[in-house]
Design a protein around this ligand. Structure first.
Ligand SMILES: NC(=O)c1ccc[n+]([C@@H]2O[C@H](COP(=O)([O-])OP(=O)(O)OC[C@H]3O[C@@H](n4cnc5c(N)ncnc54)[C@H](O)[C@@H]3O)[C@@H](O)[C@H]2O)c1
Length: 461
């Protein structure tokens, strides 16, 4: 089921477009033309930002201190331009703003220098994030301002205390500059790299909502809680992946066409983005190894595409297909530090969702049922229930698709509805009315504010 970099590029593309929709009111039928996104990191996962910003039509300026990373991303054609001169970088930005052409620009240098430059030159930055490895800032994941990548490594090797001090100073400065820019209208979010926690650890209490500790969260939004959660997961949109077991590229092209024929791009922005993604997938040339693909669809969308694929297998038009998905999805995951971090139904630390997903998928006949520990955020921090399903063209598999895919996706939507997320409640009501004979999602009763507290107080008094 190895799908190479497609998952991360697709996920970043979806995040960027939805951030544009959420913060800049970009209409559902448009992309990020003329919009500037500033971030850092051209490494393992962060490198996807360069390719994704271009696919989403925007202008990306991504800072990277390690030249070898810039070289890799340029050679791969994920990065269109790069420079170590900020004047040149922002001349390119200007040019592309005017022409509204998409471009990814690498800056060889420190992200703090980019923030300083945009503050000093009063440059408009609409969207921004950070993807330095702040989850391991003191171990070398974050290179402090004022030292090159190589100098940073030397200091880390010889004087860890000094390195830590430099990291703290740099993070504090980065925070001040980002804050200035957010006051001027930039929309900044945390990209799951613990940037906000690292800034807090560097001594900035102000980044915590309560100005004291991290108990109530942080002042900037976070990509899963505030962007992917409400716009994708609450509706059931999540990663639908497949691999052509024949290893034949022609099969992949036929599945792309089949998937496109099942998506109505006019239905919602989410459908439009995935239609565009799959339409251009072959051209974007992201296949590494397995003939695999990813897109986001909701429960009905995933089942429709899967049934279509199974029909093609049945007719002998393509070889067998293996379906699967990422843990980064609506259902199946109990990950209180990321995917389920905004699930306020009391269940987010019990891992019941992952177990129910896994056991229910097994009962419904999925080919491979997986219960795993740690996906994405680290062992002991998440439990994931996953699946694989081989489409062999049989009618037996049609039946599994109809029941198991709904189970796999709607369990997560149900839980999000119980957490009172409005889109998930809407989606559950809709699902109840369309599959009335097959099951019902119980809906939350939302009491008036303070009712429970009042009743308890009355009882105790
Ligand atoms: N992309 C996603 O969807 C996603 C999801 C969850 C978490 N993350 C997090 O994002 C972070 C990055 O992941 P990765 O796999 O790309 O890590 P990585 O270490 O491979 O890449 C980070 C890059 O940032 C560069 N860098 C460090 N400090 C810098 C600075 N001050 N200025 C400019 N460049 C700097 C490093 O040289 C490195 O190339 C991790 O913390 C990861 O957990 C990403």
């Amino acid at each position: 089921m190895y799908i190479g970099p497609q998952g991360i590029v697709h996920g970043t593309y979806i995040t960027l477009l939805n951030a544009g929709r959420l913060y800049l009111d970009i209409p559902a039928d448009q992309d990020l033309a003329g919009v500037l996104y500033v971030s850092s990191g051209l490494g393992g996962m962060s490198g996807a930002q360069a390719k994704a910003v271009e696919i989403s039509g925007g202008i990306g300026v991504i800072a990277e201190v390690d030249k070898s990373r810039i070289k890799t991303r340029s050679e791969q054609n994920w990065l269109s331009l790069w420079s170590d001169d900020l004047d040149e970088v922002f001349e390119w930005v200007d040019k592309h703003r005017k022409s509204k052409r998409a471009v990814s620009i690498g800056y060889h240098g420190n992200i703090v220098d980019v923030w300083q430059y945009v503050v000093d030159n009063n440059i408009k930055v609409e969207l921004a994030s950070d993807q330095t490895s702040c989850h391991a800032a003191y171990e070398g994941g974050y290179t402090p301002q004022g030292v090159s990548f190589e100098e940073g490594r030397e200091i880390l090797k010889n004087d860890r205390e000094k390195f830590k001090k430099l990291v703290d100073e740099s993070l504090r400065k980065q925070f001040d500059l980002i804050k200035t820019m957010t006051e001027r209208g930039t929309h900044f979010w945390d990209y799951g790299n613990s940037f906000m926690k690292a800034v807090f650890d560097a001594g900035v209490k102000e980044i915590a909502k309560n100005n004291e500790n991290t108990k109530d969260g942080f002042i900037f939004p976070s990509y899963v809680e505030d962007i992917m959660g409400p716009i994708c997961f609450d509706y059931g949109y999540g990663p639908f992946r497949w691999v052509c077991l024949s290893g034949n590229h022609d099969d992949l092209i036929k599945t792309d066409e089949a998937a496109m024929s099942c998506i109505d791009p006019e239905r919602r922005g989410q459908d439009r983005d995935n239609y565009v993604w799959i339409r251009d997938a072959d051209e974007n040339d992201l296949v590494v190894g397995s003939e695999a693909r990813i897109l986001y669809a909701d429960a009905a969308g995933r089942a429709t595409i899967a049934l279509k694929f199974n029909e093609l297998v049945r007719k002998g038009e393509i070889g067998p297909i293996m379906l699967g998905r990422d843990h980064h999805d609506t259902g199946g995951t109990d990950s209180p530090f990321r995917e389920t971090s905004n699930i306020y139904d009391g269940s987010r630390i019990t891992s019941d969702m992952a177990h129910q997903c896994w056991a229910g998928n097994a009962a419904r006949g999925m080919t491979m049922c997986v219960l795993s520990n740690g996906g994405g955020v680290g062992v002991s921090k998440a439990i994931n229930g996953g699946f694989g399903l081989v489409l062999d063209g049989s009618e037996r598999v049609d039946d599994i698709i109809k029941s198991a895919i709904n189970w796999d996706v709607m369990g997560g939507v149900a839980r999000r509805a119980w957490a009172r997320n409005p889109h998930a409640i809407e989606t559950s009501i809709d699902w109840n009315s369309t599959v009335a004979t097959k099951g019902q999602i119980t809906l939350p009763f939302i009491p008036e504010e303070g009712l429970i507290e009042r009743l308890v107080r009355e009882k105790l008094d």
